[in-house]
Design a protein around this ligand. Structure first.
Ligand SMILES: Nc1nc2c(c(=O)[nH]1)N[C@H]1C(S)=C(S)[C@@H](COP(=O)(O)OP(=O)(O)OC[C@H]3O[C@@H](n4cnc5c(=O)[nH]c(N)nc54)[C@H](O)[C@@H]3O)O[C@H]1N2
Ligand SMILES: Nc1nc2c(c(=O)[nH]1)N[C@H]1C(S)=C(S)[C@@H](COP(=O)(O)OP(=O)(O)OC[C@H]3O[C@@H](n4cnc5c(=O)[nH]c(N)nc54)[C@H](O)[C@@H]3O)O[C@H]1N2
Ligand code: SF4
Ligand SMILES: [Mo]
Length: 694
């Protein structure tokens, strides 16, 4: 068979990795090869596009609900009818109940899909937009922006002497970071691991701080105190630029080594030595992950980490945390312009759910907790458009989330499969994967590439196309495009080329040179914060009476549970895909050998982990040196094979999390790291992966 190859960007997440696709004589994709494989890069999610293409459980046509919500009875409908129904229901909600009655739900940023969702919301005036940011990275990145003016990008340079992996496990999650980390380690960079479990880095770390889950704020404050006690701070930098230093010093005062050790479960000498590495072996960087975002005090944790970087002079230094370039030549058309972001005015933002209170002004979305609370209380929401998210699995308290979503008059879900969220919909739409969509890709070097639609299932449409058609059907032609070719023509305007012309030539070389991040002499000019200062005081007072900063096991809940992501799955997706389930057939909870011994548990046993909120059942894998009294469950689990409906998610770790008790201050996240829990052995479960996936 004569094969041809073509390079297309994977669009399952916002990294848009180039994939080499081999197509047969009919142009049908047969083989995938990630072009970054040479660097040791591998991603099961990107690779599953081929299996999705042929999967028997793939959504194959729009379907409307035929029975009760969640009953599993569907009636196939054509695209025309689906679009008409959507346009009618959304228009009716708008007219009868106003823009506050509409809701969009997206998940982790899917390129272009999120863009069109943003434009759709901005044109219609939708104020309630739930995406994943508040439970993903927002606390971490915004706290750095507020402290020294820009978010931290993980970059290892030959100059980098130390890297802290702090609640971040890129070998499973963001593998290109792991590739660069491995290169750095080979070149002598030292690794400090801050994680209750060793994962894939325990053996590579010079120091492993196996802290109690949830105790990151205490650790960071304790380390700050060690720094000032030893005079390791960058005195010159602080004397010129620090704001709020006195407050910070008062805030860290209680966190003596002994107190910090007691709160974190770490040895004082270990904390001291890790702090010395951070402060004295420079330049260096802290690569922080989801463990910092997934608590009510995620913003304060981010502030403390940002303060650690700032006081040790790691900002704007080659080998440390560099600011992004002032101009980004990657795409002359900014997302802001394409989404018509200026239409989302402060007055509109003020009308969204949960806007009052202590929400950070930079956070303009709504949290899942606010959506669920409002729906259960009979609030204004009537109709929802869901694309790229699976809230009935990924939000806190899946049961309440499902009950809440059922209360909507009308919910549309665009997905590949009938997920627990889609099962609750009134209308489901089959979405096209990156292999099945014609698009344009702008590479990091600024070059522009045509990405063909490889013969995929004709029934599937891209998110962009669906929303563009919906907006047209609702009468918003003026702010949208007659078809997708017209959209791409507009996207390509700054390049002086049309889609049809790009299709002929394939690619445009990099135009404007893309700037690399580099030092900007901020020590001289001041930092890109509103007043040029380094803002070191933490907004700790905001936490008072809300959340204890460090969860401690209590009566009836003697242990602590936390979670992590499986290397083989992207959140809740992929559980139907044989190759992925083969790698990871079921949900694995890591348990320290000591605790396993205390509980009489062996590798492979099944356990039920309970918190005040609920329980989840997973299979034990023993892990050496894990933080005392801790179990780390896998997130995102449901069994498509069980067909039991959306309410039965026995393995879902989010059953353990509260949706209302701990809203999170500043950035509304829910806590899923460091919850007091109980662990008990249960009879073994059989996971029928073969039936599941065939
Ligand atoms: N306990 C716990 N909870 C967590 C986390 C955790 O670690 N632990 N992680 C949090 C984080 S970091 C995040 S980002 C969120 C993620 O939350 P979500 O983004 O809601 O989770 P996903 O499972 O990725 O849901 C994406 C859904 O969209 C579908 N999909 C994929 N690509 C596309 C596309 O291009 N178009 C459309 N229409 N659909 C698509 C997938 O099949 C899947 O069903 O969860 C958060 N929740
Ligand atoms: N395979 C895969 N890759 C993904 C994703 C996916 O779902 N699957 N999701 C993508 C998304 S949206 C995101 S946001 C990133 C997230 O990527 P990561 O930040 O790496 O995500 P996690 O695995 O959730 O958490 C990282 C580490 O935190 C540790 N941890 C748990 N509790 C604590 C704690 O209390 N303190 C500390 N210090 N550590 C703790 C866990 O053991 C784990 O090693 O990954 C992205 N890439
Ligand atoms: S899902 Fe994997 S292959 Fe696809 S863009 Fe993201 S990291 Fe790259
Ligand atoms: Mo995320």
């Amino acid at each position: 068979m004569q094969m041809k190859t073509v390079v297309v960007p994977c669009r399952f997440c916002d990294h848009e990795c180039p994939m080499e696709v081999s197509t047969d004589a009919g142009g049908f994709p047969r083989k995938l090869r990630p072009l970054r494989a040479k660097e040791g890069f591998w991603c099961p999610t990107g690779m599953n596009a081929l299996e999705i293409l042929h999967h028997p459980q793939r959504l194959r046509q729009p379907m409307k609900r035929a029975g009760e919500k969640g009953e599993g009875k569907w009636q196939p409908v054509g695209w025309e009818e689906a679009l008409e129904a959507m346009a009618a229901r959304f228009s009716a909600a708008l007219q009868e109940h106003g823009a506050e009655s509409l809701l969009t739900i997206g998940g982790f940023n899917k390129p272009f899909s999120a863009l069109m969702q943003g434009r759709f919301s901005n044109v219609l005036g939708i104020v309630n937009r739930a995406a994943a940011g508040n439970m993903c990275h927002f606390a971490r990145s915004q706290s750095a922006v507020d402290t020294f003016g820009f978010p931290v990008k993980n970059q290892a340079r030959p100059e980098t002497k130390t890297i802290f992996l702090w609640g971040y496990h890129p070998r499973s999650t963001l593998r290109w970071d792991d590739c660069s980390l491995q290169t750095a380690l080979k070149n002598g960079t030292k690794l400090v691991l801050v994680d209750p479990r060793a994962g894939r880095y325990g053996a590579q770390a010079s120091i492993w701080l196996a802290l109690r889950p949830g105790a990151d704020l205490a650790l960071a404050l304790g380390m700050l105190r060690v720094i000032f006690e030893n005079g390791w701070q960058d005195k010159e930098l602080l004397s010129r630029h620090a704001a709020g230093l006195e407050t910070l010093l008062a805030q860290i005062e209680p966190y003596t080594l002994q107190y910090t050790a007691a709160l974190t479960g770490l040895a004082p000498a270990q904390i001291e030595e890790a702090t010395r590495l951070l402060a004295c072996e420079k330049p260096g960087i802290i690569w922080a992950g989801n463990a910092l975002d997934h608590n009510t005090d995620g913003y304060q944790k981010g502030q403390a980490i940002a303060a650690l970087l700032a006081v040790t002079g790691k900002i704007d230094v080659v080998g440390g945390a560099l600011p992004p370039p002032l101009a980004d030549g990657k795409n002359p058309f900014t997302t802001r312009a394409l989404t018509l972001a200026e239409r989302f005015t402060p007055a509109m933002k003020a009308r969204r759910l949960g806007a009052s209170g202590a929400v950070h002004p930079a956070f303009s979305g709504v949290s899942g907790q606010a959506v669920v609370a409002s729906l259960l209380e009979g609030g204004p929401l009537k109709a929802a458009y869901v694309a790229g998210g699976n809230p009935a699995v990924m939000w806190a308290d899946p049961e309440a989330t499902a009950q809440a979503l059922k209360k909507l008059d009308f919910m549309v879900v665009a997905d590949y499969f009938l997920t627990p969220t889609a099962q609750l919909a009134d209308l489901v739409l089959p979405v096209a994967s990156y292999l099945e969509t014609e698009s344009v890709a702008v590479a990091p070097d600024g070059s522009v590439h045509y990405s063909p639609r490889l013969s995929g299932p004709p029934w599937a449409k891209s998110d962009m196309e669906i929303l563009n058609s919906l907006a047209n059907a609702m009468g918003y032609q003026a702010a949208f495009w007659p078809d997708m070719e017209a959209f791409w023509d507009e996207f390509l305007l700054p390049y002086g080329i049309t889609l049809a012309e790009l299709k002929k030539v394939g690619s445009l070389p990099a135009g404007q040179a893309v700037q690399k991040p580099g030092p900007r002499q901020l020590r001289e000019t001041g930092f890109p914060t509103k007043d040029g200062k380094l803002h070191l005081a933490l907004t700790l007072e905001a936490l008072q009476n809300e959340t204890p900063p460090e969860p401690l096991p209590g009566q009836g809940w003697p242990y602590l549970c936390t979670c992590h992501k499986d290397a083989s799955f992207f959140h809740s997706a992929g559980r139907q895909v044989p190759a992925q389930r083969k790698k990871q057939p079921g949900p694995v909870a890591f348990l320290g050998e000591e605790l396993a011994h205390t509980l009489g548990l062996l590798e492979g046993d099944w356990v039920r982990v309970s918190t005040e909120e609920g329980w989840a059942e997973q299979q034990v894998k023993l892990e050496k040196g894990m933080a005392g009294g801790t179990i780390a469950l896998a997130s995102g689990w449901w069994y498509p094979e069980e067909g039991l409906g959306p309410l039965v998610q026995t393995a879902n770790v989010n059953r353990l999390s509260s949706r209302h008790k701990k809203q999170g201050h500043s950035i509304p996240a829910f806590s899923c790291r460091g919850l007091p829990c109980q662990i008990e052995k249960i009879p073994p479960k059989t996971i029928c992966t073969r039936e599941a996936t065939r």
